[in-house]
Structure formats: C-alpha cells, structure tokens
Design a protein. Sequence first.
Length: 324
Amino acid sequence: IQICVNKMNDRRRINGPSGGTSAPVYSKYLSKDTKDLSERPSRTRNSNVLRKMFLKTGVTPSASGSAYLELEASKSPHVIAPGLASLSTSGLKLTCTVHGPRPLPKSAPFSPHIILTTHVKYAPFATRRRRGYLRDASERDLGVHLETALRGVIIGDRWPKSGVEVIITILEGEEDQWWGDDIGRGNMGVGEWGMMSVLSGCITVASAAIADAGIDCVDVVSGGVAAVVRPGAQGKQSTMLVLDPVPSEHQEILAASVVAYLTSRDEITDLWVKGEIGHENHRTPNSSFSYEDLADNAVQAALGAHRVLIGALKETADMKMRRS
C-alpha cells in the first residue's frame, strides 16, 4: 500500500499565481526623474476634512445584520493615459455580516456572557499584491483589534451561553504606498499604513451591522484615524497632522493612530498607535506633534464617521417603520 502525503491545497478553487498580479506598467512611465512623477495623487482636502463615506445596512438578507461601507478613492491630478487611470487610485470597500446571537453547542461550557467572534479577511483581489485564501498575521491582528473595540460596546450579559459572529470581507483595501514607490522609486520608512484606515472602516461598518442585527449595545462605536505626515520631499523637517490619511497621497508617514470611540459616553474602547511619536513633554526630533495630539485628532475623525453612521441607521429605521 502506497501512502501519498499532499500539501494542504484547496482543490475546489483555481488558485491564482502566488506572486503579484499588478497590471503591466510600460517603461515610458518609469522615468527616474522625480519631476516627471506628476501622476502621484495629492491631497486636495484640508487637513481636517474626511473623505466622502457611503454606508448602507441590510445588504445581506440571509444574515442577522449586515452593512456595506465605501470611502471615496483618491485621484491623480494628471491622467497619464486612459488605460492607466486606475493605477493611482486607492479606496476602501468593506462588507460586514453578523450572525447571531444564537445558542452555543451543548458541549460548550457555560458562559454568563455572549461569546464574540470576529473574522477579518482580504479578498484575493483587494490589494495590488494578490492575497491568499488563508488568513495571514495582519488579518488576524485586525480581527483582534476589532474584537477589542466591539467587546466594550455589546451588552453581553443579556445573552448567556450564546455566540455572535462578525465577519468582514475587504473588497478593496487601502494601499500602503503609491504604486510608483512600490517599484523602487525611493520612499523610506514605508510600513503597513493602509491597515490603519482599514481598521477604522472595519470598526464603523461592524457597528452598523450589529445595530442592524438588533443586538443591544451601550452606544454605537465609530472608528477614526489620524497621521503625522511629511508632505514635502525627503529631507525636509516640516510635518503636518491630517485626518483620514491616504498613504499614496503623502511622501512619508511618520506616525498614525486609530481609535474606536463612543460618542455619547466619551470613551475609547480601542487605541492603536504606530510610528515615531512622543508624549506631550517629550516630542520626537522628526515631529513637532505629540502622542496626545495624534489621539485627539483621531477622535475628531471618529466623530465625523459617527455622523455618517447615525444617518445610515436612521435611514434604515425609517424604512423598517414604513414596511411595518
């Protein structure tokens, strides 16, 4: 008897190539002169203005609650070619479904509170570099932060020995940098800054889906992100603090912060800060802003998302009242 051991491959799908699947970029657009890089998107909004947000609930009838969130994509100031107009865009599209509350299996131990499970997954086509079908470390980190943000919102003792699942699929993820920098045109200090905006959107869309499912909460939670950026060329020490940053629109991002904020209770259920930043009495040489300034501006961004969230929930409530 011959026993064959195969790798864990999904035979039910036709998997794409393991490498990147970016669209071809021809050599005439890869000039080494940085003065010719006019196709880089630039921030046309003021530093305290958020992108336009679209939020709608009830998009998945089979789930207990669902929501869809979309942020306006950045645009290049100069269209280089009709076929390459989408190379510089970077937006965010999220869909969330909530299943439950429903009883746990009989074999599960008794729990006086509801058991919350969060699952965040990028679609394979969500980013310029193709994602796999199994969750990686960054997606698991997003799920942990989302669970922390929602755990302080849901009134868990009303559903003993019950569970609820929050599943978010990222249809289009925020890029970590401009596509020109990705092919080697020199941006130092590049990190996974796109995850910050993704987490902010996940918090807002999950809160809308939970409210659509009719789960009792102390308040609706909204996500906000702020960043300390260096808008000029490298070597300049001028920095500025912006709300709702788009990584592809800035030459360099020094630090960023994401908060999950409860407006009526004035509480923060989750806080994530990344980058070079100091507290109020110890400012870093590269930035004139402190940790407190970054967190306060992230709260202001969360307040802007809260207005859109409340408007979408009121619209859903009015539609349900008309049907009844």
